[in-house]
Design a protein around this ligand. Structure first.
Ligand code: ZN
Length: 151
């Protein structure tokens, strides 16, 4: 791997655009834990439905919403990384993603895949809220659902 910053930037743009234009796991689920997430500073809103298996694993998750490209792409990437994961692994991934975009320390990025490309947002506090909205909604779903806001 000997990528220049320009190439990385391009890859980042491609992944964000792809996921924001064609979000994965877009929709709603019956009999799921529901969370509404709101990021007033940007106008992002998402509705996340998560179904847990009897053993606590993330059986399925879908989201709907409207927001900026970063918010939609990050939520889409999240669903692809968390679907089918045991509960403890899903918790770990959400925690590590949060560290990735908010801290200078490098978390264990194993399992985060393309979501690692979002780490560039750590330089932009407003964008961090966009990138973490879906993940915060998921963490709320691990509790009892409800709503989350970045404000
Ligand atoms: Zn946003």
């Amino acid at each position: 791997m000997n990528e220049t910053n320009g190439e990385l930037e391009e890859l980042y743009q491609q992944v964000i655009l792809d996921h924001s234009k064609r979000p994965r796991n877009f929709g709603t689920l019956e009999d799921a834990i529901h969370v509404h997430g709101d990021n007033p500073s940007c106008g992002d809103e998402i509705d996340l439905d998560v179904k847990f298996a009897a053993d606590g694993a993330v059986q399925d998750l879908k989201f709907k919403g409207s927001g900026c490209a970063i918010c939609m792409a990050s939520a889409s990437l999240m669903t692809t990384k968390l679907k089918g994961k045991p509960r403890a692994e899903a918790e770990r991934l959400a925690r590590n993603f949060h560290t990735l975009v908010t801290s200078e320390t490098e978390p264990d990025t194993k399992g985060l895949g393309d979501a690692v490309l979002l780490k560039g947002v750590r330089k932009f506090p407003q964008r961090v809220k966009c990138a973490t909205l879906g993940w915060r909604a998921f963490e709320q779903a691990l509790g009892e659902g409800g709503s989350v806001s970045t404000e």
